[in-house]
Design a protein around this ligand. Structure first.
Ligand code: MG
Ligand code: MG
Length: 255
């Protein structure tokens, strides 16, 4: 069921989104060579406490998962696409790190992700991360009242495919509100002019994912959570929670 949000609800979502954005910024600044992924998770836990917010990810147990999610960040390095669990691994110069974070406050969630380079990254990694950010911007620009869900999907897909990248089959964004994952599913591939009509009050997490080699294949690691490429090539992931308003899309997960 798709739930439209009123102005007061979107205001609370904006507050959740602001905390998410501030945390992503702090984690990005801390993410340097030698820092472990667990240290980044600790930093994010501290930010949640500081703002009186709760993690959307910790102890999350969807039907596909064998165990509750054990952290507040998803940290996916290099060939990991999404849902990487923070561990003792130290970051290395040249790593490509995707940081995904969700928080809720006052009963409403925010969910956002960025992909950054650690130290000096090669030009191909930079292009991969930049393209994923461009795909997100294109998807957000297409999230206009009176448009269709397929407009967002087609916009995201066009940018990723034009760059020659793969897109993990089946993965995409989602509605967001009192739950992190609400209807509708927001596919990263599709046709413009098709699907749900976009109305003011609809809140969506739009989240492109790209695979460097051009393959769409992915696999689940034995931890039951981490999704990785099959061929070892690198991946990037970006995400914003966005509200559709009479005046167009508004990014909720910004500072
Ligand atoms: Mg996310
Ligand atoms: Mg999401």
């Amino acid at each position: 069921m798709v739930v439209l949000k009123g102005a007061a609800e979107l205001e609370t979502m904006r507050e959740a989104g602001r905390i998410v954005a501030l945390t992503l910024r702090a984690v990005s600044e801390r993410a340097t060579a030698g820092v472990t992924l667990l240290e980044l998770d600790e930093l994010a836990r501290g930010m949640l406490a500081e703002h009186g917010a709760k993690s959307s990810f910790l102890d999350y147990l969807p039907s596909f998962a064998p165990v509750p999610y054990p952290a507040v960040l998803c940290l996916s390095v290099n060939d990991q696409i999404v849902h990487g669990i923070p561990g003792r691994r130290p970051l290395r110069d040249g790593d490509l790190l995707s940081i995904d974070f969700g928080a809720h406050i006052g009963g409403y969630h925010g969910d956002s992700a960025i992909t950054i380079g650690i130290g000096t990254i090669d030009d191909d990694a930079r292009r991969l991360a930049d393209t994923c950010a461009e795909a997100l911007a294109a998807g957000i620009a297409a999230a206009r009242p009176g448009g269709r869900l397929g407009d967002i999907s087609a916009a995201v897909e066009a940018v990723c495919r034009a760059a020659g990248y793969g897109m993990p089959t089946g993965y995409g964004g989602h509605g967001i509100g009192t739950a992190m994952h609400e209807d509708p599913h927001v596919p990263n591939v599709g046709r413009a002019g098709r699907g749900l009509t976009l109305r003011p009050g609809l809140a969506l997490a739009i989240e492109p994912m790209v695979i460097e080699s051009g393959s769409d294949r992915h696999r689940l690691l034995s931890d039951g959570w981490t999704v990785s490429t099959v061929d070892g090539s690198r991946a990037a992931h970006t995400e914003h929670s966005v509200a559709i308003t009479e005046d167009g899309p508004v990014i909720l997960t910004s500072v």
